[in-house]
Design a protein around this ligand. Structure first.
Ligand code: FAD
Length: 389
């Protein structure tokens, strides 16, 4: 607990510069690590947090489902709420689930680190109870959690997006969009597809983002920019040319569930959607308390989500809108279970089974083959949607 030391856990390498053996060392202060360190400090634990740039201001725009917001987090961090977002495959769907866009600066401030010992350094080795930093410090702790995120690698599928922050007055007629796969972005029908994500940042601004859900390799920022500009022209959104830009690129594969990792590194990133911040915030307090957040059911869900990504990666480009028409035709409960039910095995299996049963025959065969990881040739099949194969 705070202020206490545990002599038996000390090593000759000095626990931390305050001479305290912390209860918890958190490696990495992204949204997940910061949320964990924050909750641990509030629980009265002694915490050391290590990040090469702990004071770095976050700039990404984070969105999540309103029901994922943990009760301990101030509602002040919500910048905008979309009560019933739209989703388009080949036709429009209203989602019966409020979506929130966070005020990034407020979120970061809300996850304050209190009296944690914050170290500006890079962790080079992580053990169950000891970390070694690039500067040579070795810190022993009751527990070490690795929240260093996911490193980019050609072997890992990535999500990419190119976004513009546009005055709301220029977006007349543009509803907030969870995803919009309509083909008015000028992309060649055989190319890796992308969708439009459109959310309010506040009363005056919207973020309009052309997004590549997953690709290995994913679409580049330049490709997405071209598509976004074409799409906005087609929808009569006139730009000034001075709009602030958001660039998105992060791996969606590589997380490994386990008590010693958290956030994207720890399997909290949904590989088939790219979302992780809501799941990490929702679990931060339990992880701080040392509870097991990876029951066997959650590990199976993690594998099923990986299969979901494989299915997406294997679909021919033209099938994506139809696939999402089918997904958004599922009941709100089934959608919620698939998108957010990290520990809800029955819900995830139910949603995937319902989706599978509702898919048109040829699509169902391709999804089955991809989910099982087998190659099933199909007549007239084009390149996969996401792999650019
Ligand atoms: C522009 C943008 C928009 C996004 N929008 C959304 C969204 O709307 N919703 C959503 O859920 N996700 C979104 N994402 C993805 C989301 O940002 C990541 O999935 C999320 O940040 C993962 O959180 P994390 O804390 O696990 O890892 P990271 O955010 O990657 O943080 C890892 C931290 O570890 C530190 N670190 C790295 N190496 C070391 C080391 N050796 N030693 C110590 N520290 C180290 C890094 O400095 C960093 O602070 C977006 C990403 C981008 C780029």
């Amino acid at each position: 607990m705070r202020g206490s030391t545990h002599a038996s856990q000390r090593t000759p390498a000095a626990p931390d510069e305050r001479g305290v053996t912390p209860d918890l060392v958190v490696c990495g202060l992204g949204p997940a690590g910061r949320a964990l360190a924050h909750r641990a400090v509030l629980r009265g634990l002694t915490v050391t947090a290590i990040d090469p740039a702990p004071e770095r201001r976050w700039t990404a725009t984070y969105g999540m489902w309103a029901d994922e917001l943990p009760g301990w987090l101030s509602p002040q961090v919500v910048a905008a709420t979309v009560a019933r977002p739209m989703a388009w495959g080949t036709y429009a769907h209203r989602m019966d689930r409020p979506y929130v866009v966070l005020d990034t600066a407020r979120l970061q401030a809300a996850l304050h680190l209190g009296d944690a010992n914050v170290v500006s350094d890079r962790v080079v080795r992580v053990g169950p109870r000891q970390v070694t930093s690039a500067a040579g410090a070795r810190i022993t702790a009751g527990r070490v959690v690795d929240a260093r995120g996911l490193a980019r690698s050609p072997a890992r599928a990535e999500q990419t997006a190119y976004g513009l922050v546009v005055d709301v007055g220029r977006c007349a007629g543009l509803d907030p969009l969870f995803m919009d796969w309509r083909p008015d972005n000028g992309a060649d029908p055989g190319d890796l597809p992308s969708f439009l994500y459109a959310v309010p940042l506040d009363d005056e601004r919207m973020l309009l983002e052309e997004t590549c859900l997953a690709g290995r390799p994913a679409l580049t920022g330049a490709q997405l920019r071209t598509r976004l500009l074409a799409r906005l022209r087609a929808r009569d959104v006139r730009l000034t040319g001075d709009e602030p830009v958001e660039h998105v690129r992060f791996p969606v594969q590589g997380g490994r569930p386990g008590s010693r990792r958290f956030g994207a590194a720890g399997g909290f990133l949904h590989p088939a959607t790219g979302y992780s911040v809501g799941a990490a915030l929702a679990a931060a307090d339990a992880v701080a308390a040392g509870r097991d957040v990876w029951p066997a059911t959650a590990r199976v869900v993690h594998r099923l989500r990986g299969a979901g990504l494989r299915a997406l990666l294997a679909l021919p480009p033209g099938d994506l809108p139809l696939f999402f028409d089918t997904f958004f035709g599922l009941s709100p409960d089934a959608q919620r279970a698939y998108l957010s039910g990290r520990t809800d095995l029955a819900g995830t299996v139910g949603a995937m089974s319902a989706l599978f049963a509702a898919l048109p025959g040829p699509l169902r065969r391709r999804v089955a083959a991809a989910t099982l990881g087998v190659a099933v040739p199909s007549r007239g099949r084009r390149a996969s949607a996401m792999m650019g194969a």
